[in-house]
Write a protein that binds this ligand. Sequence first.
Ligand SMILES: Nc1ncnc2c1ncn2[C@@H]1O[C@H](COP(=O)(O)OP(=O)(O)O)[C@@H](O)[C@H]1O
Ligand SMILES: [Mg+2]
Length: 224
Amino acid sequence: MRIKTVDLTKIFHVGSSEITAVNKVNFEVNEAKFIAIVGPSGSGKSTLLSLIGLNDYPNYGKIFIDDIDTVLLSGSQRRKIRLSRMGFVFQTFNLFPTLNALENVELPMALANKSKGEQREKAVRLLEAMGLSNRLFHRPKELSMGEMQRVAIARALVNNPELIIADEPTGELDSKTAKEIIRLLFDINRKEKTTVIVATHDEKIVDVADAIYSMYDGKLKLEG
Ligand SMILES: Nc1ncnc2c1ncn2[C@@H]1O[C@H](COP(=O)(O)OP(=O)(O)O)[C@@H](O)[C@H]1O
Ligand SMILES: [Mg+2]
């Protein structure tokens, strides 16, 4: 998936004050790239990712996906792109606590109207690929942090996304587990040609990225 933003701007109003969380960002990512976005807390990384993930609307500027101006899309077209072409990984995993690992992974396929049989077959296969074949029926609170993140990555992959957006995916993990998670994301990028955009403080992610951007006060800058 190719993504391009032009002067992308997001302003929050809190009481009488205005926060420009994303300030005229021009960003371009080509297919199959692994991109890291670094920057201090509050610099606008998560806001930028939620705009690119079509989870929020900019105040100004544009986001193009494969040359389509996303401003022209309806809400349901945006949801369809999110569901069927993007996968999301978060710092705190965002798994449903009442669902077991299998059910968490099946959920995006259920929303995409895949058959029950296909849902189960694919969820099992992905969880096995994540090394979790003996955790299928565990609920999130019965899993370690690293296992929860691997369930979340399996969930992000079920609808064969062209883009994975990961917001501080190793933020809650110890260094060894973080390495395993980075390896998984990197392998997906290299093998499946999935574009990966990661907001992170983790040097280990920065080391494997094709390009590194830094964010400061809503401004994005290419580092290398
Ligand atoms: N929903 C919101 N309402 C108001 N302010 C917000 C909201 N989301 C983020 N912000 C503000 O926007 C700025 C950027 O936040 P964020 O994108 O979460 O940064 P980062 O992910 O780099 O830590 C911060 O000042 C934050 O307080
Ligand atoms: Mg953030």
